[in-house]
Each structure stands twice: as structure tokens, then as C-alpha cells.
Ligand binder design. Structure first.
Ligand code: AMP
Ligand code: MG
Length: 416
């Protein structure tokens, strides 16, 4: 049986290279190349206030000075040339050439108005330093500046920046195409269908499908098949026809009489890289390469085993395919001591919580058995203890991972 580190090395060796697409930017894309700005932001000098634009020189202007109002500039107006006096100016309006400061409307007194109420002459009620309330061209982003690095995932804030810079196309990693085949004659997919004797509901399927999506991949096929090699092989063929680069199965990889996956793969001429890893839960995990190069993960059927297989075996491969580096865990103190009596790498349902002094710690939840789903719904992080770890005292540092590789360990729903 191999250790996790060895398994990870094999996975990363076999993972296909990232494929680049040139696309319109969209939330969820992972950048394959840095974005270099083709524009200045702001694109021109403009006013940060509704007020009056002035020429004050290096010394600035003193309160009490009076100016004639010789023009007006609103957002959207073209470039203008400043003459004598001052101009009324609106927030975001292009600063007329020659002005070098803006005084807010609240800091002036209008002495004379035109018949239509526009200001004609004003007095400053405050000193005006040079360059006050001017947003400079390129002050936020200069043309030619690299604003986002390769490996950045686009979310609302990145989309705002790309929108501001007029970026219509980015190089993004092609989402890995993944297929999911649940096996088990006991499985029922339809939640409205009453369970017959011996049946259970397919709980893995919806979890894994959602997680595959959350991991930045595209689910190209999802099927449930009975413990029937021919049915499985037919589903596998449909997965490959749908363009899957990575195929996941659940169930039928252990030592039971109906655990047909390893033999089915051998029959196809697949290359089995490993079957069984020193981990808990999910030890019987299998990894193979299919004859045409697609990757195959045989995940054990227990819900938590399949979740661990996805998170710690499949997701590292998806990261590689997205052009992302190998993940590093957070290190956090354990809330309570823990007895660990097996030389396996443990992947534990964890909950981050904050103590009375506001310090974060990691709690190992009760109910770690691989069939127990209820604690999964209370867990906001994975706590990982390596093979060699033994009994741990409260306060010992442990590795903590987010629920998915693109999610930081979450504090949502944390109770002290
Ligand atoms: P297997 O790996 O096929 O031996 O399954 C191990 C355990 O997980 C058995 O108790 C199965 O009934 C259960 N199981 C298998 N597939 C699923 C699934 N999709 N959802 C929930 N439980 C499952
Ligand atoms: Mg089974």
C-alpha cells in the first residue's frame, strides 16, 4: 500500500497539461496568462468632487479669494481648455487643461448667479492646496501594468477591474471535463421514490456533482448503474464519448464479491497505477489511465470516502489542469486532544471555531465514520493528520484545508 505523498506524485505526473482558451472574461475562469492593461485607469484627469476647478499653482489658493465662473464641465464632456477664472465641474468630469485643483461646492459661496441660476462669481471659503480632489490619469492602473496574474480565479472584484479596463478577451484554463458514474444496485436516485428493502439513496452523486462544479471543472456526464460490469462499461463509453478527460466512479472498488471495477478496467487494458492508499477514510481508492489517456478514479462508495477521494486525489489533478500550484494547508491549533492509533493519513470532518479571545482553532467533529453524512453538514474544513502523527494534545498544530480547493476554510456557521 502506498503513502499519500507517493500517490500524489503519481497523480501529478499523469495529470494532463493545462489547455488555454481565449475567451470573454467570466466569473469562475482561472487565468492562464497575466492580464496586462491596455488602458490607463482613470483614462483622463478628472474631478473627485462636484465643485469648481481652479488654477492654484504650487502654492495653492487662499480662502477668501474670488473667481469668475467661465465654464462648466460634466461627466462625459470632451476635453476642454481652461481660460481665466474657474469652471463649475461635476464628479468624474474631465479636468479642463490648465486647471490643477478642485474645491467642493460645499466650500464656496456663490456671490452672483446668472438668470438661469448658474453660478457666475464665487468666493472660496477654504484654502485649496495644489492638486486637491483630482484623480490622475493612470493613478489606479497605468497602461502596460500587469493587473492580474496567471492562476487568478475571476470573481466579482476581478470582473470589475477587467470591465474598467475594457478587457474583452482573456487567456483562461479550459475547465477539465469530468464524468461521474455511481455504481450500486442498492442506489435510488429519485428522492420521491420510497425505498424498497435493502435500498439506500444515492447521496454521493449530488455531493460529488456539486463539488466537481465548485472545483472549476465541467461535469459532462452523470449516471447511476447497477453492480453490473456491462452496464458500467457502457456508461464509461458514454462518458468518453461526451469528451470526459477524467472519469470518476463510486463504489465497487473494495474487496467484496461485487467489486468489479478493478477487473473491468484491466479487461479494457487500462494502466492501474495504484489501488489502496494508506488513508482513512477511503483506503481502497484506485487510480488508472485508460487506453486513450483519460484518467480514471475509482472512489469507494461510502459518502465520506468518496468526498475524501475527490478532495485529496481528484482535486489536485484538477488544479494541475487549471494551471494552479499544489495547495498548502493552513496550520491551526487543535481545540481538543485526539487519539490516533493507526499509521494512516486521516482526513477528518472538522469545524473551525473562534475561542473567547478571538483565536481560531480547529475542532475534530464527532462521527468520523465514513458512512456518517450528518457531520459533513456541520463541517467547514478538512483536518488532515499525516500517517506518522500519533496522539495529539490540545493546542497541537494540524493541517487544515478548505472544503474544496478553491474555497478557503469557511467560518460560516462557526459557533464559539
Ligand atoms: P462499496 O464501495 O460499493 O462497497 O460501497 C460501500 C458503502 O457505501 C456501502 O454501504 C454502499 O451502500 C454505500 N454507497 C455506495 N455508493 C453510494 C452512494 N452513491 N451514495 C451513498 N452510499 C453509497
Ligand atoms: Mg457497491
Amino acid at each position: 500500500m502506498i503513502r499519500y505523498a507517493e500517490a500524489l506524485e503519481i497523480l501529478l505526473r499523469e495529470a494532463p497539461a493545462m489547455q488555454k482558451l481565449r475567451e470573454m472574461p467570466a466569473v469562475g475562469q482561472v487565468l492562464a496568462e497575466a492580464v496586462v492593461s491596455g488602458e490607463d485607469l482613470p483614462p483622463f484627469d478628472n474631478s473627485a468632487m462636484d465643485g469648481f476647478a481652479l488654477r492654484v499653482g504650487a502654492e495653492g489658493a487662499r480662502g477668501g479669494m474670488e473667481y469668475d465662473v467661465c465654464g462648466a464641465q460634466a461627466a462625459g464632456d470632451d476635453a476642454a481648455e481652461a481660460g481665466a477664472g474657474c469652471w463649475e465641474i461635476m464628479t468624474g468630469a474631465r479636468l479642463p487643461q490648465g486647471f490643477d485643483a478642485v474645491i467642493p461646492v460645499e466650500q464656496v459661496e456663490v456671490l452672483v448667479r446668472h438668470a438661469d441660476d448658474r453660478p457666475q462669481r464665487i468666493r472660496l471659503n477654504a484654502d485649496v492646496p495644489h492638486a486637491q480632489h483630482i484623480r490622475r490619469c493612470g493613478e489606479d492602473v497605468a497602461q502596460g501594468e500587469a493587473v492580474l496574474t496567471a492562476g487568478t480565479r475571476l470573481e466579482a472584484a476581478q470582473m470589475m477591474l477587467l470591465a474598467a479596463l475594457g478587457v474583452a478577451e482573456v487567456a483562461a484554463a479550459a475547465p477539465p471535463r469530468v464524468a461521474l458514474i455511481n455504481t450500486g444496485r442498492e442506489l435510488v436516485d429519485d428522492p420521491r421514490q420510497p425505498l424498497a428493502s435493502g435500498q439506500i439513496r444515492n447521496s454521493n452523486g449530488s455531493y460529488l456533482a456539486q463539488r466537481i462544479n465548485d472545483a472549476g471543472a465541467e461535469l459532462v456526464l452523470r449516471e447511476t448503474v447497477s453492480d453490473d460490469e456491462a452496464a458500467f462499461l457502457a456508461a464509461l463509453q458514454r462518458a468518453l464519448d461526451a469528451g470526459a478527460q477524467v472519469v470518476l466512479s463510486t463504489g465497487a472498488v473494495s474487496m467484496g464479491r461485487y467489486d468489479f471495477i478493478p477487473d473491468a478496467l484491466r479487461g479494457l487494458g487500462a494502466n492501474l497505477h495504484f489501488h489502496k492508499v494508506k488513508i482513512r477514510p477511503g483506503k481502497p481508492l484506485l487510480f488508472a489511465t485508460l487506453p486513450d489517456g483519460q484518467l480514471f478514479f475509482g472512489l469507494p462508495g461510502n459518502p465520506v470516502s468518496s468526498a475524501v477521494g475527490l478532495r485529496f486525489f481528484v482535486e489536485p489533478v484538477l488544479r494541475r489542469m487549471l494551471g494552479l500550484p499544489v495547495e498548502a494547508p493552513l496550520r491551526l491549533p487543535l481545540a481538543d486532544g485526539y487519539r490516533k492509533r493507526h499509521p494512516l493519513r486521516f482526513h477528518l470532518k472538522g469545524a473551525l471555531a473562534v475561542d473567547t479571545q478571538g483565536r481560531l482553532h480547529a475542532r475534530i467533529l464527532p462521527g468520523q465514520e465514513s458512512f456518517k453524512i450528518a457531520p459533513m453538514a456541520r463541517s467547514n474544513a478538512w483536518i488532515v493528520l499525516d500517517e506518522d502523527a500519533q496522539d495529539l494534545a490540545a493546542g497541537a498544530s494540524v493541517d487544515v484545508y478548505g472544503l474544496g480547493h478553491l474555497q478557503a476554510p469557511s467560518l460560516a456557521g462557526v459557533h464559539a
